[in-house]
Design a protein around this ligand. Structure first.
Ligand SMILES: Nc1ncnc2c1ncn2[C@@H]1O[C@H](COP(=O)(O)OP(=O)(O)OP(=O)(O)O)[C@@H](O)[C@H]1O
Ligand SMILES: O=C(O)C1=C[C@@H](O)[C@@H](O)[C@H](O)C1
Length: 262
């Protein structure tokens, strides 16, 4: 499993360093401005090259984003979808459209099991499409049957620290999040949920882990594309190594070898 630790601007070798992070530190001298322009151009070019490369390697397969609420699945699906010309889809939104109810209403009126059933039906449908990037609900990984659908695409886990998730969820408001209940506070509830779910998120094909919330959506999108490229390239190399070439000379022709017994 590929784990990419992303931390924009971090100089440690285990961290990916992004041009945007370095730019902030540049002095605004004339030379600095010229360098900044060049770097920005290079970033734009390489980002579109990166997206095009990932599109080629995926050969139409969809990307499925999994992770806790607030990790940015919907936002990142939109950003990566735009870069790759893949259709961004959000299973929570489709559930609301299909049922004509908001998620908290479904939980309150029909119960969580009913919500999970509809979620499975929606995932089955969405994951059957090609060239999509699908933001799944935070709990979608918990049903084994859902994995049969998720595995139609490349599954990417957006892994953020609980403090970052809690800050985002609290900023958006917790009213629309029926799985967060009780008085223990958002961070504690998310910690408990993540403890139950981690083992399932770890089933993803690719994990991108962030140490903090400093990376904006564009940076996260870039890390996702980087991770996809690395993984797909690695898989292609493995495939090449394990596939014997037809008519390959094994160097044994002409040798007087004993015949194999059957
Ligand atoms: N990298 C980021 N930096 C700052 N804010 C972000 C980032 N990613 C997402 N957000 C914000 O965090 C909130 C949650 O994001 P989003 O809805 O994309 O998450 P999600 O994983 O789809 O959540 P859910 O599963 O609950 O739908 C939104 O307000 C979004 O704008
Ligand atoms: O983490 C969860 O279980 C949920 C997350 C949301 O995306 C919604 O799917 C719903 O609120 C449940």
């Amino acid at each position: 499993m590929t784990t990419i630790i992303a931390n924009a601007g971090c100089q440690a070798p285990s961290c990916k360093v992004y041009v945007s992070g370095n730019l902030k530190a540049q002095r605004k001298t004339q030379a600095g401005r010229t360098a900044e322009k060049r770097l920005i151009t290079a970033e734009v070019t390489s980002f579109s090259d990166l997206s095009a490369d990932v599109v080629d390697r995926l050969e139409g397969s969809s990307i499925i984003l999994v992770g806790m609420m607030g990790c940015g699945k919907s936002a990142v699906a939109t950003a990566v979808g735009e870069a790759m010309q893949y259709a961004p889809l959000d299973s929570d939104t489709v559930i609301e459209q299909a049922t004509g109810k908001k998620i908290p209403e479904i939980f309150a009126e029909d119960g969580e099991d009913a919500f999970r059933d509809v979620e499975s039906q929606v995932l089955e449908e969405l994951c059957s499409y090609k060239k999509c990037i699908i933001a799944t609900g935070g709990g979608a990984v918990m049903k084994k049957t859902n994995w049969g659908h998720l595995r139609n695409g490349v599954v990417v886990w957006l892994d953020f620290p609980v403090e970052v998730l809690a800050a985002r969820v609290n900023a958006d408001g917790t009213e629309g999040r029926p799985v967060l209940e009780g008085d223990s506070g958002t961070a504690q509830q998310l910690t408990n949920l993540l403890e139950e779910r981690r083992v399932m998120y770890e089933q993803a094909d690719i994990t991108v882990s962030f140490k903090d919330g400093d990376s904006d959506v564009a940076e996260v999108a870039r890390v996702v594309l980087d991770a996809l490229q690395e993984r797909l390239e690695g898989d292609e190399q493995k495939q090449k190594l394990s596939t014997p070439k037809e008519d390959e000379d094994d160097g044994l022709d002409g040798l007087d070898l004993p015949t194999k017994s059957s």
